[in-house]
Ligand binder design. Structure first.
Ligand code: NAD
Length: 322
């Protein structure tokens, strides 16, 4: 069995490799060559922790396994460990034997950023110039770095519920050589050609009336029942794509528009089908497209499998007899 510890991931995994892995597995899901298992997520009644499993099988990539982990809210304050903890386990699909154990913390951020980046590649207006960021937490910088690789952005504008955190976006924009402006949501919705929303909100920030003209919106924060980042009316107005329809309508941004009766599951298409060329993506410059990125187990397995290959190739994989 190969072990790739968390400390090695930053030296091994690249944004390009994460992008390719995620794009490939979205395509495999839409072609029905890969499927996700039902998600398990439990409050374990200890340390206020939420723990669970996301797994799946990709027959085209021969990747089988699961990500185990969750959220331990007291970690940072009491143990100086990060609150989100996850580990990815891969198994040999021919035998069921465990084949790899891979640190999943950094990979989670990279695969989540890769998902919105894949959506921008396939759905954003060609000549997008202004990137709008909603959210300035841990995930936000990964999102911005991956997004700017997809279009020739000339400017980043941002809004955050806690404005004091916006310096994080400003600092990264400066590092990337882009001007940054902190704006109100109406200006963000009017000026941005691409909007990434990555917050832990339980009520909408971006409203339907805020968004003007052709725009692509990647909603990346809503991954649990009850969370919400954008107005259900905006979801209803947009042409909606997702990683997995079942998750979008139950734990993703679409859950609210579905509950309101504003859309039906058939209004939500898989991004993988656009990647495969089975359906059209954006149909005009004026369209509002929305990607509901809920985060699926197969994304984790795809990037873990890439990192195992990279670790073996670079001689840093720990091989144990198991
Ligand atoms: P974080 O705790 O570092 O940051 C949280 C962000 O949400 C901050 O910008 C904060 O200001 C904002 N926020 C908090 N309360 C808000 C409110 N009431 N209204 C609007 N904004 C509010 O979190 P993070 O690690 O950056 O993760 C952000 C979200 O992304 C979380 O909901 C997390 O579960 C989700 N996530 C999704 C995926 C996926 O695959 N889709 C993967 C990883 C994380």
């Amino acid at each position: 069995m190969i072990i790739v510890p968390e400390r090695e991931i930053a030296n091994l995994m690249t944004r390009d490799a994460a992008f390719d892995a995620v794009e490939r597995v979205f395509a495999a899901m839409a072609a029905k060559d890969a499927y996700n298992f039902p998600v398990v997520r439990e409050a374990i009644g200890h340390e206020d922790a939420l723990y669970g499993f996301k797994g799946g099988f990709d027959q085209s990539g021969m990747t089988l396994g699961l990500k185990a982990g969750g959220y331990w809210p007291n970690n940072l304050a009491t143990r100086n460990e990060i609150n989100h903890q996850s580990t990815i386990f891969l198994f040999d699909p021919d035998t069921g034997k465990a084949s790899a154990m891979v640190g999943g913390n950094l990979l989670t951020a990279l695969r989540t950023a890769a998902a919105s980046s894949v959506s921008i590649k396939h759905l954003a207006p060609r000549n997008a110039k202004v990137l709008g960021m909603i959210g300035a937490g841990h995930q936000s910088t990964f999102q911005m770095r991956a997004a700017v690789e997809q279009r020739d952005f000339e400017k980043v504008i941002g809004w955050n519920y806690h404005p004091e955190m916006l310096s994080r976006l400003a600092d990264l924009a400066q590092e990337l050589g882009l001007p940054f402006e902190a704006v109100e949501l109406n200006q963000l919705g009017e000026e941005a050609d691409v909007i990434i929303s990555i917050t832990s909100a339980f009520s909408p920030s971006l409203m339907d009336a805020h968004v003007k003209g052709g725009t692509h919106i990647a909603c990346m924060g809503t991954d649990t029942k009850g969370k919400q980042e954008v107005d259900a009316a905006l979801v209803a107005r947009a042409t909606v794509f997702t990683d997995e329809v079942a998750q979008a309508i139950s734990i993703g941004e679409c859950q609210h528009a579905i509950a309101a009766g504003a859309i039906t599951p058939t209004d939500v298409a898989e991004l993988g089908a656009v990647i495969n060329g089975a359906i059209a993506g954006r149909s005009s410059d004026e369209e509002v497209t929305l990607f509901d990125g809920t985060g699926v187990g197969l994304q984790d397995l795809a990037v873990a499998s890439s990192v195992v290959d990279l670790a073996v190739a670079q001689g840093v994989a720990i091989d144990v007899d198991f």
